[in-house]
Design a protein around this ligand. Structure first.
Ligand SMILES: [Zn+2]
Length: 457
């Protein structure tokens, strides 16, 4: 923002004083607004009004009574980014295996190893660290694929961590792969729904998390008609991880036969699938989450060919980057290499995706994939105010010539000086608010030390 630190701090004070007023108004003025709404496009030198939790208006020269005015000239306002799948509980295990190059190595170390000794407090601190990091890097919606729900208390801790950060969190619950656990999942989803997700208009939502096949962890966690019925009875979506290869392709075809594919079902990775499987996914409007730890090239062209625009995801911080700028740029580069290879006659005819495409994947398509397309993912009047203030005149971004190019190729988390979720500032003046970093660090380190030094159960 085009203000010095003192002004910015006093603005924050004003915003905080009004924070209990449901009609609180914040007016951002003079910004370049990348709405990612197909009908609104990009607006130059324009204003955006937040009223309570909602985006009330977007346009030039809005005049509004009683709003806290934020001079946003020299910035880009963008929708908050959306992560469609991250195993948040692993955050204190960050980069323990940065060079792991096969899924088996990851599974044996984390899911069959450290996961088995996690206590509820380790779930809490890992999930909290992941969510705060997400907010810092402009991710306002994070689907936590919480696949270490060993007891009810493990699930409670993961949900409470999301709640305590203020992020728009999607708690996708799954039982653990290995070791002793209470076998309370999936029945416990009913309790979770009643206890934490009873309203249709709240910051946190619930999904069921499952695996594609019984190859990794047996039949209990594998998606099929029975789990689909449980999810349908609860009125929640399903995210399916480890979708790859021949066995998953066969599973996809059987789900199509059972009529349990569709927009509420997200297939994660979706690599190495057959043409028939992709066809079934396209015809059913199934959603797809891309990138993550899998030994295959992201199948973005296969998705687009059947009319599926995917969301992006972080997956695991043990071996991958934590932010969506990296994922957007990685996907853009990978797909362009495939397209260039094709142009040289090595693999069919592919057109190149664009910076607009990957930003669309990281925002609107991510929201749709998470079942929140009507709520977030674009700057659209009537949607919730999940937005980023990105400095366009910083050393690495000036001068502003192409706002989408600047967001996708130029920016990184340091340029995001403010983040609002549901109309509430959670990052301001470059700092995530209300985080006691030394205390958080001590909790993270204590949990990390316990987890790494206790023999697997
Ligand atoms: Zn995963």
């Amino acid at each position: 923002m085009n203000t010095d630190d003192t002004t910015s701090a006093s603005l924050l004070e004003q915003l905080r004083r009004q924070s209990t007023d449901p009609r609180r108004r914040i007016l951002f003025t003079g910004a370049t607004i990348v709405t990612m709404d197909p009908d609104l496009g990009i607006l130059h030198k324009s204003d955006l009004l937040v009223e309570g939790e909602t985006i009330a208006a977007i346009g030039p020269d809005l005049s509004v009574e009683g709003a806290v005015v934020v001079d946003a000239s020299g910035t880009i306002l963008a929708p908050g980014l959306v992560d469609t799948h991250r195993h948040a509980w692993e955050a204190q295990l960050r980069r323990i295996m940065p060079d792991v190059d096969d899924l088996g190595g990851y599974v044996m170390t984390t899911l069959a190893g450290y996961a088995t000794i996690y206590r509820p407090e380790d779930m809490y601190i890992g999930t909290k660290l992941a969510a705060l990091t997400a907010l810092d890097s402009g991710i306002t919606t994070m689907l936590d694929f919480s696949h270490n729900s060993r007891t009810r208390e493990h699930s409670d801790a993961a949900i409470e961590a999301l709640r305590d950060t203020g992020i728009r969190g999607v708690h996708a619950s799954m039982g653990p792969h290995f070791g002793d656990w209470d076998r309370q999942w999936p029945a416990d989803l009913t309790r979770l729904k009643d206890q934490y997700f009873s309203s249709d208009d709240q910051l946190l939502t619930l999904r069921m998390a499952t695996l594609a096949t019984d190859e990794i962890a047996g039949p209990v966690l594998a998606y099929g008609p029975e789990l689909a019925r449980t999810a349908a009875d609860l009125g929640i979506g399903v995210s399916v991880d480890a979708v790859f290869g021949k066995a998953s392709s066969e599973a996809v075809l059987s789900w199509a036969e059972h009529g349990i594919l569709g927009p509420d079902v997200t297939l994660i990775h979706s690599t190495g699938l057959t043409t028939e499987a992709w066809k079934a996914m396209g015809e059913s409007g199934t959603t797809v989450a891309q990138i993550g730890l899998e030994t295959a090239i992201p199948a973005v062209d296969e998705a687009l060919a059947v009319g599926i625009r995917p969301g992006l995801s972080i997956d695991v911080e043990v071996a991958l980057a934590s932010d969506l700028f990296t994922q957007m740029r990685a996907l853009l580069a990978i797909q362009r290499m495939r397209a260039v290879n094709a142009a040289y006659g090595r693999g069919g005819d592919l057109s190149r995706i664009t910076t607009h495409d990957v930003l669309d994947f990281a925002t609107l398509q991510g929201a749709r994939t998470n079942g929140l397309g009507g709520v977030t993912g674009s700057l659209t009047p009537g949607k919730k105010a999940d937005l980023l203030v990105v400095q366009a005149e910083d050393l690495n971004n000036m001068p502003l010539n192409d706002p989408i190019g600047t967001l996708v190729l130029g920016s990184d988390p340091r340029n995001i000086t403010a983040v609002l979720v549901n109309g509430r500032p959670l990052k301001w003046n470059g700092e995530v608010l209300d985080v006691n970093l030394p205390a958080l660090r001590a909790e993270v380190n204590a949990s990390r030390t316990y987890v790494l030094n206790t023999p697997a159960a």
